[in-house]
Each structure stands twice: as C-alpha cells, then as structure tokens.
Design a protein around this ligand. Structure first.
Ligand SMILES: Nc1nc2c(c(=O)[nH]1)N[C@H]1C(S)=C(S)[C@@H](COP(=O)(O)OP(=O)(O)OC[C@H]3O[C@@H](n4cnc5c(N)ncnc54)[C@H](O)[C@@H]3O)O[C@H]1N2
Ligand code: MOO
Length: 392
C-alpha cells in the first residue's frame, strides 16, 4: 500500500491543465484565471475628492474666507481652475479642478451666499485621492488564481470586460452495484439508495468542474462496460464502489479490459483503503470505495486536488489548519486516519462518536477531517492537531 502523499503525487502525474476559454466577466465568478489581466487605465483616473465640501488652493487656516466660483460633482468635472482666494463646491468622487490642493469638508465651513469661512474645527487632511493611487494603467493581476467577487470588481475597474479562464473539466460519475436505486424510486427490501454520486457531483461542481451522473452500473461486466462507454470524452471518470476484493467487485477488472493503465490500487488510508487511480483513454480514472464516508473522504483528498490541478492551480493537497484536541486519543495504526470531527467554538476539535465509514449522518455533522498520520502516537486533550476544514 502506498502513502496518501505518494498516491496524490501519482494522481497529479495523471492530470494535465485543461484548455482555456474567454468568458465575459459576468460569467467568471469562481472560474480560474489563466492569463494575467492588465489595467487599461489609472484608478482613480484623476485626482478625486474623498469628501463632500469645498476645494481650495494653498494653505488653509481657521478664519480664512473664499469666494465660491463653481461646482464639481462625480461625473461632472469643473472645467476651470481654483485660484487664490477661490473655492469650488465639490462632492465625493468628483475630479479635483486644476490648482486645488485641499478639500475642506462642509462641516468645517460656514457659508454665506458665495462666501465661505473656515471654522475652528478645521481638519488638516487634504481629502484628495491622488490619480492612480489604487493602480496604474498597465498594472497586472497575475494568473493562475480563482476569481472571487473582489477580483471581479478589481478586473471590472481596470476596464476589462472578458477574462481567459480554464474550461470546466468534464467529470463523469459512475455508481456501481445491484443494490442501488436512485432517490425517489421504490427500493426492494434488499436495496439502498444511491447517494454518493450526488455528494461527489456537488463537490466537483463547487471546484469548477461540469459533472454528470451516469446511469447506475450493475454488477456485471456488460453493464459496467456499457456505462464506461457513456463516459467517453470526460477528463475525469469517478467510479463508486466495486473496488474491493469481493466476487462482485468488478470495476478494476473491467477497466483493465478496456485498456486502463493503473497507477496504484490501495492506499494506507482510513477510510478509503481500496482507492484506485489510473488512466482510461485520455481520462484520469479514480476508483473510489463504495462506503459513503470513504467515497466522500476520497473525493476531498484526491478528486478535489486533481480538479484544482486540471484547472491550472498547481499540485497541492487541500490546505489544513490546526485546533486543540478536545479529548485524549489512542495511538493511530499504520494507515493515515482522516477522522470525522466537529469544530468547537473556541478553536477545539472533537472526533465524532463513531468513525464507521458507512455513517453519512455523522460526516454531515462534522466540520472537519482530523488528520492522524500513520503510526501517530497517543494524543492528549489540548494538543494542537492538523485538520482539513470541510467547507464543501
Ligand atoms: N475482505 C475484505 N472486505 C472488504 C475490505 C477488505 O479489505 N477486505 N475493505 C473494506 C473497505 S475498507 C471498504 S471501503 C469497502 C469498499 O468496498 P467497495 O468499494 O467494493 O464498495 P461496495 O462493496 O460496492 O460498497 C460498500 C458499501 O457501500 C455501499 N454503496 C456503494 N455504492 C454506493 C452509493 N453510490 N451510494 C450509497 N452507498 C453505496 C454499498 O451498498 C455497501 O454497503 O470494502 C470493505 N470490504
Ligand atoms: O477504507 Mo474503508 O473506506 O475503511 O471503509
């Protein structure tokens, strides 16, 4: 059995960054930027007033008076100059007229007709944002990066209406097993509801993939072959179940018969030991175990980083954080254990009551996977432990 780290390295070796496409900014949220964006203009494009008040020229002091000669508002510049002894009424965001050096806020002014007098409360800030204070024409936003709301705002303010992003990788998800029926169907007494594909589809889509759930493959070679056929064109094929050593676990043999090359089978991991990865045609083939928690944990540990690699974000495991253990833990065995755990309000982490890999309800309650490396010694309450936040 190989380690989680080696297995992930081999999965990365099977991924290539997907091609790019140009999309309008309104469709770019959450996509991965692949070409740098260059600012088309300075921001602000002119020296701008930061406050509502009066712009004047030269030094200011309480008691000074000025004659108001005009008005500048946002989107309505004042074409003239501000000369000595003159003031221009100005509003936040308006271009500061030539000659203006200070914007005196209106609370620090008394006005009588066209004359203003500066009050004792006068502040000393110029209240002017210099041209290009935020960014200059030609400044760049680097790629690759996942585009958040703030990035889209910044790109828009650079006057760019389109961006080059990674095309959504196509993920085909295949659940396998004679016991499975889709939600909403009428299961026989010996059947259960196929659940894992729904979780994995949502996780893949949240990463930026376009995911499709194929028909359930039955435990026959012919059925599996027929469903694999429907996965053609996918960048990633994710199978669920049929990965273990039982007589009806056919995913590996059928994939082999279709020409798949296998990078590894079985990882020193709990849950998720019977994980398989390889290549089928041009697609990365991830064979996940069927137990619901095992398949979802493997989805976090392998499918999500593989999708990020395909999106052009590099080869990294999911990031971890640390929290104080809420209870003592016995020594771990030889497999890395990703324990379902709840995060407490005061930075604590508490493994849920049972770590059985069939208990989806407990995984749904857990906000984290507590990471126990292989052969990790016993741990005491209060020790800092690494964990993976489960935000998807
Ligand atoms: N003799 C051994 N038996 C098992 C071993 C082993 O090493 N030796 N490993 C165990 C471990 S660990 C796991 S994990 C499972 C993985 O088995 P499979 O990948 O072959 O999964 P299945 O047998 O098909 O299913 C396991 C379990 O999960 C349910 N299942 C399957 N697909 C779905 C789905 N899409 N949605 C919901 N539930 C699903 C299935 O009904 C089974 O209950 O093998 C152990 N056995
Ligand atoms: O590894 Mo299995 O996934 O322990 O249940």
């Amino acid at each position: 059995m190989i380690s989680v780290e080696d297995a992930l390295g081999q999965v990365f070796a099977l991924t290539d960054p997907a091609p790019t496409e140009v999309v309008p900014l309104v469709q770019a949220a959450g996509r991965v930027l692949r070409a740098p964006v260059r600012a088309g203009r300075d921001q602000p494009p002119f020296a701008a007033s930061a406050m509502d008040g009066y712009v004047v020229a030269g030094q200011v002091a309480p008691g000074q008076t000025f004659r108001v000669t005009g008005e500048a508002a946002a989107g309505h510049m004042f074409a003239g100059r501000v000369g000595p002894g003159e003031a221009v009424r100005i509003f936040t965001g308006a271009p500061v007229p030539d000659g203006g050096t200070h914007v005196v806020i209106q609370e620090d002014v008394s006005r009588d007709g066209d004359t203003i007098t500066l009050l004792d409360s006068l502040g000393n800030g110029p209240n002017i944002r210099p041209q290009a204070q935020d960014f200059r024409a030609g400044d760049q936003i680097s790629a690759p990066r996942r585009l958040r709301g703030v990035d889209l705002g910044l790109i828009a303010s650079m006057n760019c209406a389109e961006v080059t992003v990674t095309r959504r990788p196509d993920v085909a998800i295949i659940a396998t097993g004679d016991e499975l029926v889709m939600p909403g169907e009428n299961p026989r007494a010996d059947q259960i509801i196929a659940s894992n594909a729904f979780a994995l589809k949502a996780m893949a889509e949240a990463e930026g993939a376009s995911a499709r759930i194929l028909p359930i493959a039955r435990d026959t070679e012919a059925s599996l072959r027929a469903v694999f056929d429907l996965a053609q064109g996918a960048h990633m094929i994710v199978t669920i179940g049929g990965a273990s050593v039982g007589d009806h676990d056919l995913v590996g043999p059928v994939a082999d018969s279709l020409g798949a090359t296998r990078s590894f089978y079985k990882v020193a991991l709990r849950p998720g030991k019977p994980l398989m990865a390889g290549r089928l045609g041009k697609a990365l083939l991830l064979g996940l175990p069927g137990n619901p928690v095992s398949s979802i944990v493997c989805g976090h540990l392998f499918m999500r980083p593989a999708l990020r690699a395909m999106l052009g974000l590099g080869h990294y495991p999911l990031p971890t954080a640390s929290a104080a253990l809420a209870c003592d833990l016995p020594a771990n065995g030889p497999r890395a254990h990703y324990m379902r755990a709840a995060l407490g309000p005061e930075g604590t982490i508490d493994p849920v009551a049972s770590q059985d890999s069939a208990l989806l309800s407990l995984l749904a309650q857990a906000g984290a996977l507590l990471v126990r490396p292989p052969d990790d010694g016993p741990r005491k309450a209060g020790e800092q432990m690494r964990y993976i936040p489960l935000d998807l």
